[in-house]
Design a protein around this ligand. Structure first.
Ligand SMILES: CC(C)(COP(=O)(O)OP(=O)(O)OC[C@H]1O[C@@H](n2cnc3c(N)ncnc32)[C@H](O)[C@@H]1OP(=O)(O)O)[C@@H](O)C(=O)NCCC(=O)NCCS
Length: 165
């Protein structure tokens, strides 16, 4: 499938919100409440990050998205954090892999020295495998920190990748 990755534009929001809302409503991958409001998610995905990107299909439809931001303020701001979502119907075609590569390149350009995922749900095995394949290591396990909407309390991983030699 052909797709391109470009900066988010405000007119993308209605389509992006649909994808994010559906993803978070499942309550199996992100800590956002399944009942999160549109304003809350807009703030978290578009307003607070340093940048937000979308992946679009050949027809121009939004099929994926990611954000990038400093993981911590001040003395921790040289490490970035990203979040990725691909619409259900477009999964398994390498879009997240491409977005993650794109974000790592951008992170280096922005001066970040490392990328950290703070909360990769342990039962999200597709994501864990994908991040490992792209060079991220599990550096910690947080026991029972995620209230999975089907499985109950499950672990989450902290995953980390240095971006400097
Ligand atoms: C996780 C997610 C971003 C992956 O997106 P994607 O575009 O489907 O991933 P890709 O197509 O780039 O996958 C690349 C590899 O990971 C594997 N993979 C991805 N998701 C998988 C899944 N759910 N189950 C099994 N394998 C999976 C693919 O098989 C592929 O491996 P391969 O190259 O060896 O065939 C997507 O499933 C998603 O948006 N999920 C909901 C939100 C989420 O979990 N975000 C990540 C939070 S840490």
């Amino acid at each position: 499938m052909f797709f391109c990755i470009r900066a988010f534009e405000s007119t993308d929001w209605p389509a992006l919100w649909l994808i994010l809302q559906t993803t978070f409503a499942a309550g199996d991958t992100y800590t956002f409440s399944p009942q999160s409001s549109e304003a809350e998610i807009h703030k978290a995905w578009v307003e607070l990050p340093a940048a937000t990107f979308v992946a679009t299909s050949e027809a121009g439809d939004i099929v994926g998205t990611y954000f990038i931001k400093p993981n911590q303020p001040g003395l921790g701001a040289h490490v970035c954090n990203c979040g990725y979502v691909v619409s259900k119907s477009a999964q398994g075609q390498g879009i997240a892999a491409q977005m993650c590569e794109h974000s790592q390149k951008l992170a280096v350009e922005m001066g970040f020295r490392a990328m950290q995922f703070n909360f990769v749900v342990s039962t999200n095995t597709g994501a864990v495998r994908l991040w490992q394949k792209l060079g991220f290591e599990i550096v910690g396990t947080l026991p029972g920190v995620f209230q999975h909407q089907k499985l109950g309390f499950v672990d989450a991983y902290v995953m980390f990748k240095s971006l400097i030699d």
